[in-house]
Design a protein around this ligand. Sequence first.
Ligand SMILES: Cc1cc2nc3c(=O)[nH]c(=O)nc-3n(C[C@H](O)[C@H](O)[C@H](O)COP(=O)(O)OP(=O)(O)OC[C@H]3O[C@@H](n4cnc5c(N)ncnc54)[C@H](O)[C@@H]3O)c2cc1C
Length: 490
Amino acid sequence: MVDVVVVGSGPNGLAAAATMARAGLEVRVLEANDTIGGGARTLDLGLAPGLVHDICSAVHPMAVASPFLAEFDLRARGVRLAVPEASYGQPLDGGRAGIAYRSLERTAEELGADGVAWHRFFAPLVREAELFTELGLGDRRSVPDGLLSAHGLAAVAGLVERLLEQGTPAWNLRFSGDVAPALLTGVAAHAISPMPSLTAAGTSLMLGTLAHSVGWPIPVGGTGSITAALAEDVRAHGGVIETDRRIVDWRELPRARSYLFDTTPATLVQIWGERMQPAVRAGLVRFRYGDAAAKVDFVLSGAVPWADPRLAAAGTVHVGGSRGDMARAEAQVARGVLPERPMVLFSDPVVADPSREVGGLRPAWSYAHVPAGSTADVAEAVTAQIERFAPGFRDLVVVARCVPAAQMQQHNENYVRGDIAAGVVSAWGMVARPRLALDPYAAGIPGVYLCSASTGPGPGVHGMGGWHAARRALAARFGIMRPPALGPTG
Ligand SMILES: Cc1cc2nc3c(=O)[nH]c(=O)nc-3n(C[C@H](O)[C@H](O)[C@H](O)COP(=O)(O)OP(=O)(O)OC[C@H]3O[C@@H](n4cnc5c(N)ncnc54)[C@H](O)[C@@H]3O)c2cc1C
């Protein structure tokens, strides 16, 4: 008998485990894979000697913004988050590009005629970045204190106004040229949803605001350093982490007073079956998964020769062309069609972390949006998209290795048919994630909770799902109303 069992060691599972262990409870983490970290792992894929790749997440604005990780204090634990000067870039045909620098002023200056409109759009959001982050990474059930004032309500009104503008056919009214709209659409596309939509617009407001406030950092040495720090803290507080422990049935679980699942709702239902309250079970069975990503890991023999050399400073590049090109590609994905020119997200970590280059070779990270369950190898389509804006790129490719969407589940069963968000990202889905309930983390069995990215606040390496669920479990199961301190000396 232990106090707490956590199934899954992604950032949310480890955040839950660290919170519970720090509350003085005996914690055991069971992970299906032979490596910990879930979507936050850095591995040697055997593509080139000494080179490591981020197999899922690579760029971490939410790790800096996360109230949980801020209190956990990654920096004090030796995790270095290198912030590139340019958060993201958007190449366009004709050798042009838009660049979103951390500095809003510089971004606006370089956007020319649309610079003022860009500045007007983001300045009020950046001023209130902390409040919006608290709202965006909250549990969708509580209201941040800062919101309950005339100032807070006015700030939210500004947010809603921008959401309605960019999430509807009015989205083209603000800008006169084609660079600024494309730059904003590249960020919106992180939602993997048709555009314009409130979901995509909400994503662009959140990630776009972080780009001009905390920046879009890349962890030195790779994303795995974040989960390694969390795992170290779990162990330092007496927790035990076991790998190669895939749970498929509740009878395989050690006896415990509480269970937290860093899994999909479908896995939770499979494990507990008829033991769950029927209404909760039905709600979780209805949970929908979204469209997908196919990953392409590159080994390159040099820096990408972007036609616009300013892109060399960008930690992330959204490779999809114009706003119209990207909206078309995302609409095709939503219809189940594999786009010939897909939306591609690309990052060369060496831009922020020179230590990732080994023997003149560098690992590059990319993925393309594809329909759910696609079996397509998109290495050539991704290479062609980058070559379109960086002539000569193809000559630098030493290795290009694709993990099709249909195979994503093999290394992480949370990514159902390649859905890297672990559940469809929609306006309704973000409120009712994973189901409409006062306590969305409760799994319909006393002491059992869901804590993965399939719960609020949703995808990203922030640990907030794990933290929200753990605090509920502490209160309801152990009578611990005050959450433990999370800092290195806590
Ligand atoms: C290709 C890709 C790119 C991404 N890029 C970014 C990015 O740049 N920035 C960002 O912030 N986010 C990014 N994400 C999203 C981010 O990785 C996830 O949202 C985040 O990892 C979710 O954390 P989690 O703890 O909920 O689940 P996961 O990280 O998915 O971890 C779940 C863990 O649970 C384990 N598990 C599942 N079922 C069982 C079971 N039955 N028994 C035992 N163990 C089980 C899994 O093996 C896994 O280790 C990306 C994801 C992918 C796939």
